[in-house]
Write a protein that binds this ligand. Structure first.
Ligand code: T1G
Length: 703
């Protein structure tokens, strides 16, 4: 086994290389290797400078995240980075790819930094619920201005090489081989008599604006990162860099860092880091199955979803044929796509020529025959089974052999849709979320006869269009919408029992949901949910109060934002929601008519009823094999339903609360509420009574 760290001499310059695939994450052997090599070089006569680089696709992309669970074995980061910083000869970092977290911190411990033009420097620790723990909060503001340091660490957004040079983080940006360039740069330094430039000895830059900067950031974090500890801890650590000597600041960073590593917030976010990589691995699918080539995509339906899906494809250069039955629908669809891109141009996130290029990649057509050369065709029409079956019949006739037929249905039975074709093996569900060009999640629904390479192709497509693809099997609503059903049911029932829409949504948002479910209904259109339920009313529970508030709004034509009112009133261009006393009174009337006892559920009860109902349904999905893993459910909800990432997703959250607590509460609701809705899933009951968790269950399943 090759050393994780080695060095060779290029004349009087030592070139130290880290080689720890796949992303040179720093673990014990990398730290031990750096310590060994820098100790050796310290005594090696004739060494006039050192270059530190990495093999493979990237410079160090961070600390090995696994070590947060196993513990960080010696030598520690501070010891190793201090050795680099204390080198008696100049140390030049040669950075390529993504220097992230400990990668940026190691580069900061070096005296100079040479970056490849494609390199990026980032501190994404907050996305893991921690703060830079290898001196980054103390060294960064000594190299770049304090406001830049705050932005880098609070947003986690990597800084491209050119911007890093502007900020002073990179001393040189090159277009060619970065290690060789760094050796040349080191030689120039030596020739110029330049010695080590220890970062910790530099003054903090822009410290004079520190007070107002920190105050502004604390206010911003309080608004945008509620319920989280790590952002505030980060500001405290950077404040220590301004107010304390280096080593004392480092102490503050270490104490905060180790506290955060043990906190639920970080455990939740680390869980999601791995869960989002695990979703790509489908048990039972041979690893050598190759995806079918997708060079051209066809889309049927130029409405909101069809247009958004078209944008996803042309954004990554895949040409699209967009088909609709009516010219005005096509014109409206193309106009909406252009308007969306114009908004991006006005925000500076897209160049005008890129807009035109993407529009050029879309060929609108009224003719299904135009889909004959598509490798994948995605149907995105109105949520109606008969209409979708009719379209799949037509697609079966025009699509070329081997073309994949995808449906964007969000609830309907894909086996039934596939059944109208002679090629059910090529049919798959591709459930995008609105707006499709923005939402990260893609639910990939494997129907009964879907071929394995079609599933693999869908996962590969998700990666290409930069979506998080999660595989689900066929059932009503798949993973996401299936679990949304009991969640929304309880929210509406709480309204009938006396809580106002604002109280229900307030409780869910205070808990961390991006948006309360009733406001979501208003945004998506109250009619969408109502008509979807109408389509399957023969399957709904015998309960006159079931989703009754939405029905009342639908009957009054109060369909939400698009109608100016729904659960709330929406005035003005920015559609700000305000409580609507008329709606509250109307729903009170309805509750009286249905003779519903007014229990005025409080915030905690609203949260528990909505979330535990969702979790219980998640457990049923796992037993039925609709979802492959509990962590897949967590990815679906954090990537597609505004579930707070710092809570890890519904199933991880249940484990943090404790399944026995969830189970006992469900049993209590069974006595105090409508028992038909509070039957614990057998898996939940089993795990709760055996003191286990969804996480443990998943580990056992994967053995
Ligand atoms: N630790 C352990 N494994 C890692 C890892 C890491 N930091 N980064 C990636 N991997 C694994 C990943 O699980 C996958 O494994 C494989 O590498 C390829 O990754 C002290 C405390 C670098 C942009 O947060 O953002 O430094 O699934 O599929 O799409 O202050 O990985 O194949 O078995 O994602 O090309 C800060 C995390 C850590 C960066 C590459 N660093 N990584 O993306 O490949 S905290 C991060 C990424 C820290 C210090 C603190 C991405 C990437 P497998 P991949 P990719």
């Amino acid at each position: 086994m090759s050393e994780a760290v080695s060095y060779s001499m290029t004349g009087d310059v030592a070139v130290v290389m880290i080689d720890s695939p796949p992303v040179n994450a720093v673990n014990q052997s990398v730290r031990a290797g750096l310590k060994r090599v820098f100790a050796e070089l310290r005594g090696l006569p004739g060494t006039r400078a050192i270059v530190l680089g990495c093999a493979g696709k990237t410079f160090v992309a961070g600390a090995d995240i696994k070590e947060f669970d196993t513990g960080i074995a010696p030598p520690g980061y501070h010891e190793v980075l201090r050795m680099i910083e204390d080198s008696p000869v100049p140390v030049v970092a040669a950075v390529h790819g993504t220097a992230l977290g400990a990668g940026t911190e190691i580069a900061l411990a070096c005296h100079y930094r040479v970056a490849h033009e494609g390199a990026r420097f980032g501190l994404p620790e907050l996305s893991l619920g921690i703060i830079p723990g290898a001196g980054g909060t103390q060294r960064l503001p000594r190299i770049v201005p304090l406001d830049v340091a705050l932005d880098m660490a609070l947003t986690g957004k990597p800084l491209p090489a050119a911007k890093a040079a502007e900020a002073g983080l990179a001393d040189l940006v090159v277009g060619n081989e970065v290690v060789a360039a760094a050796v040349a740069y080191a030689r120039k330094l030596v020739a110029g008599g330049a010695g080590p430039r220890r970062t910790r000895e530099q003054p903090v830059k822009g410290a004079e604006q520190a007070a107002e900067l920190f105050a502004a950031k604390r206010a911003q974090v309080a608004r945008t990162m509620r319920n989280r500890q790590s952002p505030l801890a980060l500001i405290t650590a950077l404040q220590a860099a301004v107010e304390k000597p280096f080593d004392q600041g480092l102490q503050v960073e270490s104490e905060l860092s180790s506290q955060l590593e043990q906190a639920t917030e970080s455990k939740a976010l680390r869980h999601l880091f791995y869960a989002e990589r695990e979703v790509r691995k489908i048990p039972g699918l041979a690893p050598d199955i190759t995806p079918r080539p997708i060079a051209r995509v066809g889309i049927v339906g130029a409405g909101t979803m069809g247009g958004g899906i078209a944008m996803c494809c042309v954004n990554v250069g895949i040409p699209v044929t967009l088909v609709d039955a009516a010219q005005q629908n096509l014109d409206r669809g193309m106009a909406t796509i252009r308007k969306n891109y114009e908004r991006s141009v006005s925000r500076g996130s897209l160049k005008p020529e890129q807009l035109e290029e993407r529009i050029r990649l879309i060929t609108p057509s009224l003719d299904f025959a135009a889909l004959a050369d598509a490798d994948l065709i995605i149907e995105a029409v109105f949520e109606n089974l008969a209409l979708k079956k009719e379209i799949f019949g037509k697609l079966d006739a025009v699509a070329k052999p081997g073309a994949i037929l995808g449906t964007n249905t969000s609830t309907l039975d894909i086996d039934e849709i596939a059944g109208v074709t002679r090629r059910p093996q090529d049919v798959i569900g591709l459930h995008f979320f609105s707006p499709a060009n923005v939402m990260q999640l893609l639910e990939i629904v494997q129907a009964g006869k879907t071929a394995p390479d079609v599933v693999v192709t869908a996962l590969e497509l998700a990666r290409r269009i930069r979506k998080t693809g999660v595989v689900a099997k066929v059932c009503y609503g798949f993973i996401g919408n299936r679990m949304m059903d009991p969640y929304g049911r309880e929210a509406e029932r709480c309204v009938l029992e006396g809580a106002t829409p604002a109280e229900v949504d307030g409780a869910l948002e205070q808990w961390g949901m991006a948006m309360g479910i009733l406001a979501v209904y208003d945004m998506a259109g109250v009619d969408v949910g109502y008509l979807t339920r109408l389509e399957r009313k023969h399957l709904l529970p015998q309960d006159p109060s079931f989703y009754r508030p939405t029905a009342v709004l639908y009957e009054h034509g109060w369909l939400g934002q698009k109608a100016g009112r729904g659960y709330y009133r929406y005035d003005g261009a920015e559609r700000k929601r305000t409580p609507d006393p008329e709606v509250i009174a109307l729903l009170r009337e309805e509750a009286k008519r249905l003779d519903i006892p007014q229990r005025n559920p409080g915030a905690q009860e609203i949260q528990e009823r909505c979330l535990y109902a969702m979790i219980n349904e998640g457990a049923l999905l796992l037993e039925e094999g609709i979802a492959l893993r509990a962590s897949d459910i967590d990815v679906v909800y954090t990537a597609g339903y505004g579930f707070p990432r710092y809570r890890g997703g519904p199933m991880f959250y249940a484990d943090t609360v404790g399944l026995k607590v969830v189970y006992d509460k469900i049993m209590e609701f069974q006595k105090t509420l409508d028992p038909q809705y509070w039957q614990p899933a057998p898996l939940l009951k089993k795990l709760a009574l055996s003191g286990s968790s969804f996480g443990q269950w998943q580990t056992e399943q994967s053995r």
